[in-house]
Design a protein around this ligand. Structure first.
Ligand code: ARG
Ligand code: GLU
Length: 654
């Protein structure tokens, strides 16, 4: 009885049009949300957010590199993004004599700004629904292959047409809602982007892996770049004669700050979500994929940590690898927990039951069962696929055997030897023999123990090359192709299921899953209750940095200057980070966080780990994005960077 009423309550929630603050909306269609935004406190219009006729906020937002967001903060092309988004570029400019990661970097003059070959930023010129043009010539009786060929041909024509008249124009046609809708995106891409400033990692990465995905948070996660253009303000290859880009729009900065309940919106490029998937997809993630990948990564992290703790040199070699492994590892833990806590699988199953009843006699009849069957066929294979990638394919000895360009500088063999035994053992015990290469089974019998096999592989280059080739060959020829095939069939069914869901709930507002295209998310500043009896306030301050400060702990060892400034008094309440309910995901890093008047109050850089299931289902109680307060950026520029001249080109509204 109790179980039943809990489920009933959850179902009632699920059926609400859109849950409060959920959604990543297309800027060109934001007029459909503007009333709701205004009801929640927003004071601007849809045209202020997105317009093709006049400068609008979209003209101040860019896709930074291949997976982050950035925003223009001056009329001279100055741009903010995250420290972790600029990290690779800062690292490339660093050497033993000039360690900009450790000490920070501040260009004192424009001539000191550092070029970054390969780094681009993309402005969205316009986006447009091109569904009719993409499906022009489509007939009901076409096969899926014929449909795909038609879509490609039409999309290529549309893209060619769109970039015809302009320097630096790029176009893409993206399928939304699994191909129920197609949108054209036209960008202008700039390719001379220079590093202007970065705080020392002890500020920009403060808290390191320990605090990653966590609240309370005190990371000063920002870096500063400048876009350069030719004299005509158009994209140009790097040249000394290039001039700072003059944007159509740059953001004005508010120093008024935020407090619980304030309206905020995030304008950026979220990478990937799966909000409309079948319960079997969620069940697989929750019961198999997340737990198994977490366990494998726990093993790898423990091995790395053991050696990193013993040697400073090894710590430097492996810190970036460690961070890469730890990031998703921590995210998955929150995701798995959140999916269970929210009963996402049973709630989806109940929804599917109602959907099926409704679908009787329509073209959607039977779709739920067909998806169930496809997942039943895919999951064992997909599990093997993921297991390969998370275990044996991570062994560096095997990677370097197949790749002469492998970076041996950051390699420490004792770590890799221990990894070999741990990963090979896990693979052997947890993957069924049918998914293993015959070579693996033979050698396993021959060597008897993983330790003996390890000794051979590390002593003999040929032995490593053979094993590497056998694993990769088997993976590429017998595991990956059927996974891709089944994936295609599943995606195809989702095209119908998605449309069915929209017809089933015509009163509900749907937003397309994230795909790295520009989106608007809106919500409010809000704390949350991570567990019973604990309430997290939404604003962190410099006081908390001093509380965490510890010269003995690498992640919490702040610059002496910051200690000295704090000791002078008066900075205790200096805001550092804040929480809000904006629906964000990976790719939203560096996104501007704007207030009710469209002024910049922060930069998005993370989510709280308890809410990371928002990639699958958004829970307004616990899903929070984490932003850096813009006032902390200004404070660091002035007090640590002594670069107050940068503030002269910014516009402050208060
Ligand atoms: N969790 C954030 C994101 O997903 C930050 C990652 C970089 N920082 C780190 N400590 N690894 O990208
Ligand atoms: N840190 C993430 C990024 O680089 C954003 C955090 C998230 O997944 O929301 O995009």
């Amino acid at each position: 009885m109790k179980r039943f009423s809990l489920l009933a309550a959850l179902l009632a929630l699920w059926a609400l049009p859109v849950r409060a603050d959920e959604g990543m909306w297309l800027p060109a269609l934001v007029s459909q949300r503007i009333e709701d935004m205004q009801a929640k406190g927003f004071r601007l219009s849809a045209e202020d957010i997105y317009s093709v006729n006049q400068a609008s906020l979209k003209d101040a937002v860019v896709l930074f590199g291949s997976g982050c967001t950035g925003e223009l903060v001056s009329s001279e092309g100055l741009l903010f993004t995250n420290h972790h988004c600029g990290y690779g570029y800062i690292q490339k400019h660093s050497s033993v004599e000039h360690d900009y990661l450790k000490d920070g970097f501040w260009a004192r003059t424009r001539a000191d700004e550092l070029p970054n070959p390969g780094l681009t930023v993309r402005f969205l010129e316009r986006m447009e629904d091109v569904t009719a043009a993409v499906l022009k010539g489509y007939k009901e009786k076409m096969t899926e292959e014929q449909r795909q060929a038609l879509v490609k041909k039409n999309a290529d024509r549309i893209k060619a047409q769109a970039v015809k008249e302009g320097n630096g124009l790029k176009a893409s046609v993206e399928a939304l809602y699994y191909g129920n809708q197609y949108f054209l995106f036209v960008f202008r891409e700039y390719r001379d982007v220079r590093l202007v400033g970065a705080p020392p990692s002890s500020i920009g990465k403060f808290g390191g892996e320990t605090d990653n995905w966590m609240w309370p948070r005190h990371t000063g996660d920002f870096s500063i770049f400048r876009i350069y253009a030719g004299k005509d303000n158009l994209p140009a290859d790097y040249s000394e004669s290039n001039v700072p880009y003059r944007p159509k729009k740059s953001l004005r900065i508010s120093r008024a700050g935020v407090k619980e309940g304030d309206f905020t919106f995030v304008y950026g490029c979220p990478g990937s979500t799966q909000e409309y998937v079948h319960s079997e997809a969620v069940k697989y993630i929750q019961d198999i994929s997340d737990p198994e990948k977490i366990a494998l990564r726990t093993t790898r992290l423990n091995i790395m940590k053991k050696y990193m703790d013993q040697s400073q040199a090894v710590r430097i070699q492996y810190s970036s690898k460690y961070a890469g492994v730890a990031n998703a590892w921590k995210k998955w833990q929150g995701e798995e927990k959140g999916l269970r806590k929210n009963h996402v699988v049973p709630v989806k199953q109940a929804y599917e039951k109602r959907f099926e009843e409704w679908a009787q006699g329509t073209r959607y009849e039977g779709i739920i069962g067909r998806l169930t069957n496809l997942y039943a066929a895919r999951n064992p294979l997909y599990r093997a696929y993921e297991y390969y990638r998370e275990s044996v394919l991570t062994i560096e000895r095997l990677q370097m055997a197949g790749n002469p360009r492998f970076n041996r500088k950051d390699y420490y063999q004792p770590i890799d030897e221990e990894m070999f035994v741990a990963m090979m053992t896990a693979f052997d015990q947890n993957v069924e023999d049918v998914y293993k290469p015959p070579y693996f089974l033979e050698k396993r019998a021959q060597y008897g123990t993983m330790e003996a096999w390890r000794d051979a592989v590390f002593a003999d280059e040929n032995e490593a090359r053979e094993l590497s080739a056998a694993l990769n060959e088997h993976f590429n020829s017998t595991i990956a192709p059927p996974v891709a095939e089944l994936g295609k069939s599943i995606t195809l069914l989702y095209r119908d299921y998605m449309q069915g869901q929209m017809e089933f709930e015509p009163q509900k507002a749907f937003y397309p899953d994230a795909n790295l295209t520009l989106r608007v998310a809106y919500g409010k500043v809000a704390g949350y209750r991570p567990v019973d009896a604990v309430w997290y306030n939404p604003v962190s301050t410099l006081r908390g940095i001093i509380e965490k400060d510890n010269p003995e702990i690498f992640d919490y060892n702040i610059p002496q200057t910051l200690r000295d400034i704090y000791a002078q008094g008066g900075h205790e309440d200096q805001p550092v980070c804040f929480l809000a309910t904006n629906h964000t995901t990976g790719g939203n890093s560096g996104s501007p966080v704007l207030n009710a008047d469209g002024n910049l109050v922060g930069i998005n850089f993370d989510r709280v780990w308890e809410g990371t299931m928002s990639d699958l289902v958004y829970d307004p109680e616990i899903c929070r994005n984490i932003s850096l307060d813009v006032r902390y950026i200004l404070f660091i520029i002035k007090e640590i960077g002594h670069a107050a001249y940068l503030l002269d080109e910014m516009t402050f509204v208060d």
